[in-house]
Design a protein around this ligand. Structure first.
Ligand code: ACO
Length: 330
């Protein structure tokens, strides 16, 4: 049978940094409140002349270099994002930047669960023998959707891209188990909705064109999302462990979506996994949505913390509502 391995990781983060002190000048907040409630000190944001596709291609290239995979060997580019440069999707722009001429490319939208959903999707294409080398990217630039006057959301988010290469191998599959869940009845708790007329033909006569095609800023019920997250992470990790036939004690590293340090702590407690096994980079990047898991993974791999053979549990959770887990061997 055909299994898959994770052959490389990479990431790319904008240089520009917004500190908590910078935010004190924009909204009524303070460094201590943000650090105590979230664990965040800084976040990186796209500059005026940068875009998500370029960062995604850079993250992908780093992962391909680690995996020793060349552009012409890539069969599929999966871009998990909710904030593409183009509403039609940005995976093809990434494919072009990589020069991956043979590759199919499409976007996957599942907010902060997007990267895990994309990993699980890639594994299906590999196990069926359809593709051999898949570049899986998680990338978001929610700084474009944040209301910079809303202190309850603008302190949380940052921009980044992260990627892995998933590769076919004969025999064992490194993706040991997975579990994916959705609950659209909770959509209202976290959204960035289209705000146009909905009837383009009617609108063309009277409306000025620019008002027809805008998305509302992110709105969030923080406490509801918090409560949801603390239940969702253990739910899909336990589901993925059952799928893998493994126990909590088999997990070497918890690489969760980075939304809030208190969520990481509460989820780790429920799973009885000690905090020194929980990867966190919230302090430096904030919540980078679909990018947060591959970015945290790549940093831990390059720092030498995560080593060959380690068992990793990842869980994404967020808008949709969506939550998704994967257990895999590095
Ligand atoms: N600075 C200072 N005070 C603030 C700020 C701020 N930035 N934001 C809110 N406050 C105030 C509130 O107005 C409130 O004041 P009040 O008591 O006078 O009404 C007080 O602080 C407490 O507010 P809460 O909302 O109860 O604060 P909480 O402890 O819940 O923390 C937070 C808020 C950090 C947003 C938390 O709820 C959280 O992290 N929730 C999860 C959010 C999340 O993970 N979202 C992303 C999901 S991933 C995705 O799909 C994008």
């Amino acid at each position: 049978s055909t299994g898959c391995r994770i052959a490389g990781s990479g990431s790319s983060v904008p240089e520009a940094v917004l500190t908590n002190k910078d935010l004190e000048k924009l909204v009524d907040t303070n460094d201590e409140w943000i650090r105590v409630r979230t664990g965040i000190s800084r976040r990186h944001v796209l500059g005026e002349h940068e875009n998500l596709s370029e960062h995604s291609a850079r993250a992908a290239q780093h992962a391909m270099d680690m995996a020793h995979v060349t552009a012409d060997q890539v069969d599929l580019v999966l871009l998990a994002t909710s904030s593409p440069d183009d509403t039609f999707g940005s995976a093809c722009q990434v494919q072009a930047l990589l020069g991956a001429k043979q590759a199919a490319a499409f976007d996957i939208t599942a907010a902060c669960s997007g990267f895990v959903v994309a990993m699980n999707t890639a594994a299906q294409f590999i196990r069926t023998g359809t593709y051999k080398n898949i570049v899986v990217i998680g990338a978001d630039c929610l700084s474009r959707y944040v209301d910079w006057r809303d202190r309850s959301t603008c302190i949380l988010f940052g921009d980044a891209s992260g990627a892995v290469v998933m590769q076919a191998q004969s025999g064992d599959c490194a993706l040991l188990g997975s579990c994916m869940r959705s609950d659209g009845t909770g959509h209202k708790h976290l959204q960035a909705c289209y705000e146009g007329q909905g009837h383009g033909m009617k609108a063309t006569s009277e409306q000025d064109a620019s008002s027809m095609s805008s998305f509302h800023n992110i709105t969030m019920n923080g406490q509801e999302v918090f409560r949801f997250a603390v239940r969702a992470v253990p739910d899909v990790i336990e589901g993925a462990l059952v799928d893998a036939g493994l126990a909590k004690a088999d997990v070497d590293w918890l690489v969760m979506h980075q939304a809030n340090q208190r969520i990481l702590k509460a989820a780790a407690e429920r799973l009885h996994i000690p905090m020194d096994r929980v990867v966190s980079n919230l302090n430096e990047y904030g919540n980078t949505s679909a990018a947060s898991i591959p970015l945290a993974l790549d940093e831990a791999v390059r720092a030498g913390s995560i080593q060959k053979g380690d068992v990793i549990a990842s869980a994404g959770f967020g808008a949709g509502l969506t939550w998704a887990g994967a257990i895999y061997r590095w």
